[in-house]
Design a protein around this ligand. Structure first.
Ligand code: PEP
Ligand code: MG
Length: 844
């Protein structure tokens, strides 16, 4: 083709221009030309030509200049495949030299000629000749002196006169832009935005429309929606006697700015140039309908004639992006599936919570792991009790702890945000905060917490005390001094509409991890298909119940235990009745107690004394018993089914509470088939023993109440052995749910509560690509998932498979589970919308 010979191609409606070869800008310009918009003559250089250029191989510049005709004024703009990957800045007015300046002074007046030449000298000097930018500051008045100064400075800096030959100018501009793209900084920047290592750059050379000179001339930018909210509204700026994007960057009063549409404050394009205005309206509408996107249009008016120079996707916030996608689909411009694909799943989490406004001022004083998204400001408190006291006075507070334990839950509830010095993404603080929807930063180890002194000290020595105000940005893992400007959450009709479209497309289920009726209401609000994990021990984190749980753990004879279980049973039953009611017949998976004992033992003397009082025992007895229960490695100790087997009455009590709740809601006409899940299984026999007892309790309740009911019993696969032996476990299980928190912990031999201390080092050194507690380790832990699923299916083909660890809400893990043909994923309620959308993206 011609472009193979000359190294460039004219952009015409039919030229073979492709975004993958010429870049997004070139392709977009072709579309504008096809829509018959007045785009000045333009040629495109493809990726190969630009790459060759960087190696010194010039395109046929004579042919290019011949195309543009005598005395051309040109611009060169970058055209990367994805506009987000950036590129060198545009260079305008190539072709200006002394001779043309003289002629333009005649035809367009001296100020215009000066402005055109000055602008070119400034950008050529800085970007092409690499002269000292301080010598060529843009923005001054385009006087004859300024021009003379710039020409002299150029010669001074480069020891050469300013080039007068258009061919030389153009060649050097093209070469320098090609080289800039190959530079290390530019490459790292675009790779950070997802560009491949070999991403190419195209260049677009366009004949200038002069925004300066005769008659009404100027340039501007217009868009038809707000980039913040996505609502329809005309925005932009137009400045008389200006070029490029000057109108956007000019300070108020720096030039003659026209309002776009009629405005009582001054003159507008609409009144001064009504034809230009109506054309702009028409082009805006055309671009939306035919480019199927909200575009920002860059235009120039040359002596009252409109030219369209360029158009880019309107830069937008996540909430604007959502609204725009839904509006385009509602208007029949794109399909519903397309709208779903245009919203990145992760962007939703920004809409569910308040966010720190990235445009506002922030005084960042520390950072850690972004453990629970959203942001909040409050006064520092160092104890759960103080958090509750503050909340009682309606005073927003931030709970700052070394790490959290069940004793802090009430405080976490009361606080607007949580900050811990230790811990990783599956630490207690992180899991609970995500469940509560409270912004949280964990593992902020650069901050020094001195609980005795009541101080929080930053690396540079600033000291914060109780009552000082800070802001936690849980989306980005930042601690900010004082308050920060916030953006409010946006859960509106558009959100619901888009997710309904996502639901229609996806082919894997999404349930919520919900422990309490309050969580279940959130799950319901986010339209989860059921509860995939109810951690029943979490029902006992509430103040009035923690003690009951401790009494149960401490009871050391059957009689005492019976009496406390007789109190716990009805509490559980009430909760289950409420949960079933809220979930309206949707499946509810109830996990039998998994009590890491250390999470439930009192942490201090005061707690021990309270317990001694409640148990009516001497403090020394209680202390001794607490010591006896202390484990060297509680996460590998008497947890889960191990406690269930050693003290079988506990699971009996739970099973009875579940079945009695089923009977109770059955009386009101609702049919519930509860799913009972056994935690931390490592051997088939554990399942057989628990199953026999649960079956016996069910039989007893059926006879006592004279009501029949069904239930499903399943196993949580959290130990490597359970995954490996899934083949012999599956025949006893209606479902297998992979608890990837513990499975990751045990596969790596990495404590989920302590890994935060060195995880960032590990990731920084490339030992792990990512924190495996955050992103499912597809190679190792994933292989256990695949093995377990395959072996389980072989012996029980109808078995239901799911994942319920924290990974369940991550798009990568959802892809993994979908490929492995799992039935559903389960994640904390606030991540349910993200998971629904991510699942739809995979299915479309
Ligand atoms: C798990 O281990 O993945 C799990 C869901 O259980 P928990 O986080 O309660 O240990
Ligand atoms: Mg677990």
């Amino acid at each position: 083709s011609l472009s193979d010979i000359t190294g460039f191609a004219e952009i015409t409606p039919t030229a073979p221009i492709a975004a993958e070869r010429h870049g997004g800008r070139a392709k977009c310009l072709q579309r504008l030309i096809r829509l018959a918009m007045p785009v000045p003559p333009t040629v495109a250089l493809d990726f190969d030509a630009v790459h060759a250029l960087s190696k010194g191989d010039m395109p046929d510049l004579d042919a290019m200049l011949a195309f543009f005709g005598p005395d051309p004024l040109l611009s060169v703009r970058p055209s990367s495949e994805d506009p987000d990957w950036g590129g060198p800045g545009a260079i305008l007015n190539i072709g200006m030299n002394d001779a043309l300046h003289a002629r333009l002074t005649e035809s367009h007046g001296e100020p215009a000629a000066n402005a055109l030449y000055l602008r070119f000298i400034q950008s050529y000097a800085v970007h092409v000749a690499r002269a000292d930018p301080d010598e060529f500051e843009a923005g001054g008045a385009p006087t004859a002196e300024a021009l003379a100064h710039a020409l002299a400075a150029y010669e001074d800096e480069t020891d050469e006169p300013f080039p007068q030959d258009v061919r030389d100018q153009l060649g050097e501009v093209l070469r320098s832009m090609a080289r800039a793209w190959e530079g290390t900084t530019a490459r790292l920047l675009r790779e950070a935005k997802g560009a491949p290592a070999d991403a190419g750059l195209g260049l677009v050379v366009q004949k200038m429309a002069l925004g300066v000179g005769n008659g009404i001339s100027g340039s501007g930018v217009i868009q038809f929606v707000s980039g913040q909210s996505g609502r329809p509204e005309i925005r932009g700026r137009y400045m008389c006697q200006a070029q490029g994007r000057d109108a956007l960057t000019a300070k108020d009063g720096a030039g003659d700015i026209l309002y776009l549409k009629q405005d009582p404050r001054g003159r507008s394009i609409e009144t001064v140039l009504p034809e230009v205005w109506s054309d702009l309206m028409r082009y805006g509408d055309l671009a939306r309908k035919r480019l199927r996107e909200e575009m920002q249009i860059e235009f120039t008016v040359e002596n009252e004639e409109l030219f369209i120079l360029d158009a880019v996707r309107v830069p937008r916030s996540p909430r604007a992006n959502l609204r725009i996608a839904v509006a385009l689909a509602n208007d029949g411009i794109i399909s519903q599936d397309e709208a779903v694909l245009r919203v990145p799943p992760h962007s939703l989490s920004e809409l569910l919570h308040s966010q720190v406004d990235p445009a506002g001022k922030r005084d960042i004083v520390g950072s850690g792991i972004a453990a629970s998204p959203g942001a909040a400001t409050g006064k520092i408190v160092f104890t759960a009790r103080a958090a509750q006291a503050m909340a009682a006075q309606d005073e927003p507070c931030v709970l700052v702890r070394r790490e959290t334990t069940p004793e802090d839950i009430r405080g976490m509830h009361a606080a607007k945000a949580v900050l811990t010095e230790r811990g990783g993404v599956t630490s207690h603080a992180a899991v609970i905060a995500r469940g509560l929807g409270v912004p949280c930063v964990v593992g902020a180890s650069d901050l020094t917490l001195d609980l005795k002194a009541g101080t929080l000290t930053t690396p540079d020595g600033r000291v914060f005390r109780e009552g000082d105000r800070i802001t936690i940005d849980g989306s980005h893992g930042k601690v900010i001094a004082g308050s920060a400007r916030m953006l409010a959450p946006a859960l509106g009709d558009n959100f619901r509409t888009l997710l309904a479209w996502a639901d229609a497309a996806r082919d894997i289920g999404v349930r919520a991890n919900a422990d309490t009726p309050e969580d279940a209401r959130k799950a319901q609000m986010f339209e989860a298909e059921g509860i995939g994990l109810c951690r029943t021990e979490h029902m006992f984190f509430a103040e009035d119940r923690l003690l009951a749980m401790r009494e149960m753990i401490f009871a050391d004879d059957a009689v005492d235990r019976r009496s406390i279980l007789d109190r716990i049973g009805p509490m559980l039953r009430r909760d289950f009745v409420e949960l079933f009611g809220i979930m309206k017949g949707r499946p509810v998976t109830i996990r039998l107690f998994d009590l890491p004992l250390h999470e439930f033992l009192p942490q201090n003397r005061e707690g021990l004394r309270e317990l001694a009082e409640a148990l009516d025992l001497p403090l020394s007895d209680v202390t001794r018993r607490a010591e006896a229960l202390t484990e060297f490695n509680p996460m590998l100790g008497m947890r889960g089914v191990r406690l269930g087997l050693t003290v079988p009455e506990i699971y009996d009590t739970q099973a009875r509470a579940i079945f009695e709740a089923v009977v109770e809601v059955a009386r009101e006409g609702a049919t519930v088939v509860p799913e009972i899940m056994i935690p931390l299984v490592s051997a088939k026999r554990e399942v057989e023993i628990v199953k026999a007892r649960v079956d016996a309790v069910a039989a007893a309740v059926r006879i006592e109440r004279g009501v029949d009911f069904d239930y499903r019993l399943g196993v949580m696969v959290e130990t490597p052995r359970a995954a490996l032996r899934a083949g012999e476990i599956a025949p006893h299980s209606a479902f297998l749910s992979f608890g990837t928190n513990d499975l990751t912990q045990m596969t790596y031999g990495l404590s989920r509560d302590d890994a935060g201390r060195f995880m960032s080092q590990y990731v920084a050194q490339g030992v792990y690509d990512e924190d495996p507690f955050h992103v499912l380790d597809a190679d190792g832990v994933g292989e256990l998932l695949m093995l377990g699923a395959e072996r389980g299916r072989r012996t029980n083909p109808g078995i239901t498979l799911s994942i319920c660890g924290e990974h369940g809400g991550n798009p990568e893990s959802i892809a993994f589970c979908r490929d492995a043909r799992f039935d559903y994923v389960s994640c904390s309620p606030f991540r349910v919308p993200v998971a629904r959308l991510a699942a739809a993206h995979l299915a479309i």
